[in-house]
Design a binder for this molecule. Sequence first.
Ligand code: ADP
Length: 264
Amino acid sequence: MLTLGIDIGSTTSKCVLLEDGERIIGTELLVAGIGTIGAEKIMETVLKKAKLSRNDIDYVMATGYGRRNFDPANGELSELSCHAKGVLFTNPQVRTIIDIGGQDAKVLRINDKGILENFMMNDKCAAGTGRFLDVMANILQMPVNELEKRAELAEKPAKISSTCTVFAESEVISQLATGETVENVIAGICNSVASRVAGLAKRVGIKEEVFMSGGVAQNGGVRKALEKELKVPIKWSETSQMMGALGAAISAYEQVKKRGVLNE
Ligand code: ADP
């Protein structure tokens, strides 16, 4: 059986093609703003690479911000369920998931039966999300994937005290103007995101093992700052950003199994 999970996020569309609910046979990712054009493109690409067509796929499950408007999908599911499913599939011993995406941050607590028992989300404010990092990277005129290695070179992380992204932007500009090093400022930016998300995580309650999903997991500066704040090791993987799409593909498989309907 072939299922496809597609995560239509605020900045990036991700998809995972799954065989029999356990073998990943294709993945695609495209940085594209909200809307389903990115999703359509990656679905086309993943199918083409696997020499398949939409009719070969038994169920397409959509998740993420754009999930309700994606016509090729058979169903849609919340990101919370999908991230939990994706992470537990690859790391069954995880009990806390910290998901920082382009527009929100979520902390999920999983019980010993693998069921989501508590969560908290910040989707009201850009601080503590990938958006904050994207805005700052833009001011510093560097890609977000460079922030990690520059943060590592910091001698004394700058203190970014503004909790609002707009004010933090002015703060960063004035710190640079008064001679603070770019490296110290970047480390301060990573610390600022980590401190916001750590607040959320402490309210949910941390239970080991802790795993970071979402695109920001790739930023070691934020990961290390979170480990320091929460005083626990944080696991992640190169495919952390794909966890929602993977969970959606697994849910699609479970859906077909439950209904016994193929190629509906
Ligand atoms: P969404 O689903 O909302 O689009 P993602 O989970 O895909 O969010 O994460 C997107 C965020 O991940 C971006 O805002 C960016 O800050 C961060 N990001 C993406 N790629 C990288 C990278 N290579 N290194 C560091 N951060 C990254």
